[in-house]
Design a protein around this ligand. Structure first.
Ligand code: FMN
Ligand code: SF4
Ligand code: SF4
Ligand code: SF4
Length: 748
C-alpha cells in the first residue's frame, strides 16, 4: 500500500528531511496534491521540514524521564551543542537536537537516543563524554584485554556452555552490547568453547546489563549490573575458576534468589519466553513450544471454536479499553466484505509505557503466532503491524521474525498445508500519539493524517479501505498462543470475576526494582509497587502511582490496596490503561505532573473537536499560571468544569480522557494545588518559578561537583574553596542539589 506517509518516510530516511523540492517532485509523480503532502508532513512529528544534522539526538520527555529531569538533559544538550533546548541543528550540521514523547526505556530515565543507539541514566558529565565521542568520530577499536591474566581450570559439569546477554533496548542502553563483545572476544582470544547468544528482556531493567551462564549440567547462573569491568571479573572468576560473584548474582532459581521478591508474585504468561530465548531465532521459539498453538488450531479447530475458546478465557483487550477479545473477533468474523484485515496496534504512544516494545523485542514470534490464529478465526487474509518508529530494535526483530515465519510456512499461502492464506507487513508510525486510536490508526495506514472518526461504523464492519478490520494490541495477541495451548479455563483461573488472566506493567519512576512485570489480575497495587518493585529508591514514602498514562490518573498512597482490575481502577478515577505504572515519592509535585500530562495531550490533540483542541489549551494555561505562583481563587472549579465538559464533548478517547490526570490530582491532592494558589508555594519543591537554590557556606567542602554538573554555568568557586550560585542565571534545574555529597545546597 504506497501512501503519502510511506513516500515521505522514505525521503526522510534518505535525506533526513523533507524539502520543498521533494514535495513538488512527489506531488508531480503521484498526483497527490502538494497541500495534502504538506498536511501529512506537518501532522506527524517525525517529519522535518528543514535540513538535519548527521546525527539525530532525541531527548525522551516521557513520564519517567520528566520525573528524572528530562528538562535538564535538554538544557545541557542545548548548551553543549549551542542550539535551543527545545531543538535545533548545529551550525556544522553535525547534530540535530529533538524532543520525543517517549523512547520506552523508562527504567533508565533520563534517556536519549542518538541515531538508533539509546543512552540511559544520564548526567551532564555522561552527556559531555557521549557528545565528545561522536565528535571524535565514534567508537574506537581498543584491545579490551591488554595483559589480562586468564587461567582456565577444568570445571567438569559446571563448565559454561552458553553465555547469554540481555540485548533488549534497556540492556543495550546500559552497555550490554560492549559486554556481549567482551565475552565474544574472550572466547576467541582464550580458546574457550561456550557459545555467545543474545536474548530479550527478562524484565529486570534495574539490574541491566544482565548476563546468564548455562552450564553443561543445565544449571543457570544469572548476573546483574555487569558493566565492562564486572564482565572481565566474571570471566576471570566464574568462567575461569568456577567461583560465583555473589555481589552480582541475581538467581540460580527463584527460591535461592536475592531478587526473589521480584519474581515471586509474578505470573508470566505473556513474558514467559522474554529474556530466555534468542528473539532472532525461530528454532529457539519452536524449542519452547512455539507455533504448537497454531498447529493445533489449523489441524483441529474450526474458526468459531477458536473464538469460543478466547471468549471463554475472558481475555480483554490490553490496549486500554479492555473490550472482550473473543466478542470483538466474533463481530469481525460475522462482518461481510471482499477482504478482511487484521491489525496489531504496536503504536505504544503512552509516555511511561514500554510493555509492547519489550514483548516485540524479546518474543516477536509469539505476537505473530497470536496474529495468525486471530486471522484464521476471523477470516482475514492480510495483516499489518503498526509499530512506532521510535522502536528500531522491535522493528528489526519483527522483520526478521516475519521472514523466518514465511520461510517455515507459518505465513503465506496454504499455511502448514491448510487452505488458509495469511501474510503480514510492518507499517512504521510517524510520531502521532492519536494514531494509537483505532480509526486514526486506520487513516494513518491508508497514508492520511491520523484523525479519528465517529464510531459507528466500527472497524469490525468498516475499517481499512472500508473493509472489516480487527485491531488488537500487542499484549492481547501475545496471550493467544498460551490460551490455545493451555486451555481457556486455566487462563480464567487467574484474576477477578471480570478481569481474567494477567497484566504486564512497565514499572518506572521512583522505584527500586523498575522494569517489566507481569502479574495476575486481582493483585493489589501495593503488592506490585512495594513487594515486586521494592518501594521507592529514595526510601521516602510513596506519594502516588500514575496509571494509564495521559488517559489515566494518579492514585494516592492510601488507595494502594486497590486491585488490578478494570472496574476497580476506573472507580478511583484512573484506568488500567495499557500498562504504564509510574511511581512517585514525596518529591513529586502533583500539579506539575498534571501539567505534564495535559501538556502532552494538548500538543497531541488532532484538532478536530473544539473542546479537545481549545479546552485543553485553556486548562493548560491555568495550570501554567498555578505552577508559576499566579493562580487565583476559582481556578480549581474552572479546571473541574472545563475537564468535565471536555470529557463529555470530545469525539475520541484522547479528548474524552485528557482531563483525567488533572481531575484525579485535584480530587486527591487539592491541598497541594491550594498551597500553590493561596501561598505561592510548591510543597514538593518542584515548580521552578516557586523555588530557589543556595549554598550553605558552612557546609560546603569545595568539591566542585555542583559546578561540574550545573548546565547554566552559574556556580562560582575554586576547588576546596566555598562555592556560590549566581541566582539570576540559575534555571532551577536542581542538579547541584542532587549531586552535593554533603547536602550543602539548600532549596527554598
Ligand atoms: C489516543 C489513543 C491512543 C491509543 N493508543 C493505543 C496504543 O498505543 N496501543 C494500543 O494497543 N491501543 C491504543 N489505543 C486503544 C485503541 O484504540 C484500541 O482500543 C486497541 O488497539 C484495541 O486493541 P485491544 O482490544 O487488544 O486492546 C489508543 C486509544 C486512544 C484513544
Ligand atoms: S477528541 Fe481530540 S484527538 Fe480526538 S478527534 Fe477530537 S480533537 Fe482529535
Ligand atoms: S545552580 Fe543548581 S539549580 Fe541552578 S542551574 Fe545550576 S545546577 Fe541547576
Ligand atoms: S557539591 Fe556541595 S560541597 Fe561540593 S562544591 Fe558544590 S556545594 Fe560545595
Amino acid at each position: 500500500m504506497a501512501s503519502g506517509i510511506s513516500i515521505l518516510q522514505d525521503i526522510q530516511k534518505e535525506f533526513r528531511y523533507i524539502s520543498k523540492e521533494a514535495i513538488e517532485y512527489v506531488s508531480k509523480k503521484t498526483g497527490i496534491p502538494q497541500a495534502q503532502l504538506y498536511g501529512i508532513a506537518t501532522f506527524y512529528k517525525q517529519f522535518r521540514l528543514s535540513p538535519a544534522g548527521e546525527h539525530i539526538i532525541k531527548v525522551c520527555h516521557g513520564t519517567a524521564c520528566h520525573v528524572a529531569g528530562a528538562e535538564n538533559i535538554s538544557e545541557v544538550l542545548g548548551a553543549l551543542l549551542e542550539v535551543p533546548p527545545e531543538g535545533g541543528t548545529t551550525s556544522d550540521l553535525m547534530f540535530t537536537l529533538e524532543t520525543v514523547a517517549c523512547l520506552g526505556c523508562c527504567s533508565l530515565a533520563p534517556v536519549i537516543m542518538i541515531d538508533d543507539e539509546v543512552y540511559g541514566k544520564l548526567t551532564r558529565s555522561k552527556l559531555e563524554k557521549i557528545i565528545a565521542s561522536y565528535r571524535d568520530g565514534g567508537k574506537k577499536v581498543v584491545d579490551v584485554f591488554g595483559n589480562f591474566d586468564f587461567i582456565k581450570e577444568d570445571l567438569g559439569p559446571k563448565e559454561i556452555e552458553r553465555v547469554i546477554v540481555g540485548l533488549g533496548s534497556c540492556g543495550i542502553a546500559s552497555g550490554a552490547r560492549a559486554v556481549f563483545d567482551i565475552f565474544h572476544a574472550a572466547r576467541d582470544r582464550f580458546g574457550l568453547s561456550y557459545s555467545t547468544e543474545g536474548t530479550g528482556c527478562l524484565g529486570m531493567c534495574h539490574r541491566e546489563p544482565l548476563v546468564d551462564f548455562i552450564c553443561k549440567d543445565g544449571t543457570r547462573y544469572s548476573y546483574g549490573d555487569i558493566d565492562q569491568a564486572a564482565a572481565k571479573v566474571l570471566l576471570k572468576e566464574h568462567l575461569g575458576r568456577g567461583k560465583l560473584l555473589s555481589k552480582n548474582l541475581i538467581r540460580i532459581d527463584v527460591e535461592a534468589s536475592p531478587e526473589r521478591e521480584f519474581f515471586e508474585k509474578q505470573k508470566r504468561i505473556v513474558l514467559r519466553n522474554c529474556g530466555k530465548i534468542d528473539p532472532e531465532s525461530l528454532e529457539d521459539y519452536e524449542g519452547v513450544g512455539g507455533y504448537e498453538a497454531l498447529k493445533k488450531v489449523l489441524s483441529s479447530m474450526a474458526p468459531d471454536e477458536v473464538i469460543e475458546e478466547i471468549k471463554k478465557s475472558g481475555l480483554r483487550g490490553r490496549g486500554g479499553a479492555g473490550f472482550s477479545t473473543g466478542l470483538k473477533w466474533s463481530f469481525a468474523r460475522k462482518a461481510i466484505g471482499d477482504e478482511k484485515y487484521l491489525v496489531c496496534n504496536a503504536d505504544e504512544g503512552d509516555p511511561g509505557a514500554f510493555m509492547d516494545r519489550s514483548i516485540l523485542e524479546s518474543d516477536p514470534h509469539c505476537v505473530l503466532e497470536g496474529m495468525i490464529i486471530a486471522a484464521y478465526a476471523i477470516g482475514a487474509g492480510k495483516g499489518y503491524i503498526y509499530c512506532r518508529a521510535e522502536y528500531p530494535l522491535a522493528l528489526k526483530r519483527l522483520g526478521i521474525a516475519i521472514e523466518q515465519a514465511r520461510s517455515r510456512g507459518y505465513l503465506g499461502e496454504k499455511i502448514l498445508g491448510s487452505g488458509f492464506d495469511f501474510d503480514v507487513s510492518i507499517k512504521e508510525g510517524a510520531g502521532a500519539f492519536v494514531c494509537g486510536e483505532e480509526t486514526a490508526l486506520i487513516a494513518s495506514l491508508e497514508g492520511r493524517r491520523g484523525m479519528p472518526k465517529i464510531k459507528p461504523p466500527f472497524p469490525a464492519s468498516s475499517g481499512l479501505c472500508g473493509m472489516p478490520t480487527n485491531i488488537n494490541n500487542v499484549e492481547t495477541f501475545a496471550n493467544v498462543p498460551w490460551i490455545i495451548t493451555n486451555d481457556a479455563d486455566k487462563f480464567a483461573e487467574f484474576g477477578t470475576r471480570e478481569s481474567k488472566g494477567t497484566k504486564v506493567f512497565a514499572l518506572a519512576g521512583d522505584i527500586k526494582r523498575g522494569g517489566l512485570v507481569e502479574v495476575p489480575m486481582g493483585i493489589t497495587l501495593h503488592d506490585v509497587v512495594s513487594k515486586i518493585g521494592g518501594g521507592t529508591v529514595s526510601g521516602l514514602p510513596i506519594k502516588a502511582v500514575q496509571l494509564g498514562g495521559p488517559s489515566g490518573g494518579c492514585i494516592p498512597e492510601n488507595l494502594m490496596n486497590t486491585k488490578v482490575d478494570y472496574e476497580e481502577l476506573v472507580a478511583t478515577g484512573a484506568i488500567m490503561g495499557s500498562g504504564g505504572m509510574v511511581v512517585m515519592d514525596e518529591r513529586s509535585c502533583m500539579v506539575d505532573i498534571a501539567k505534564f500530562f495535559l501538556g502532552f495531550t494538548q500538543s497531541e490533540s488532532c484538532g478536530k473537536c473544539t473542546f479537545c483542541r481549545i479546552g485543553t489549551r485553556r486548562m493548560l494555561e491555568i495550570l501554567m499560571r498555578i505552577t508559576e505562583g499566579e493562580g487565583v481563587d476559582g481556578d480549581l472549579e474552572l479546571l473541574e468544569e472545563l475537564g468535565e465538559r471536555i470529557k463529555e464533548s470530545s469525539l475520541c478517547g484522547l479528548g474524552q480522557t485528557a482531563p483525567n490526570p488533572v481531575l484525579t490530582t485535584i480530587k486527591y491532592f487539592r491541598a497541594e494545588y491550594e498551597a500553590h494558589i493561596k501561598e505561592g508555594r510548591c510543597p514538593a519543591g518542584k515548580c521552578r518559578a516557586l523555588i530557589s537554590y543556595h549554598i550553605d557556606l558552612e557546609k560546603c567542602i569545595g568539591c566542585g561537583l555542583c559546578k561540574k554538573e550545573c548546565p547554566a554555568n552559574c556556580i562560582e568557586g575554586e576547588l576546596k574553596g566555598p562555592h556560590v550560585i549566581e541566582d539570576e542565571k540559575c534555571t532551577r534545574c536542581g542538579a547541584c542539589y542532587s549531586v552535593c555529597p554533603v547536602h550543602a545546597v539548600t532549596k527554598k
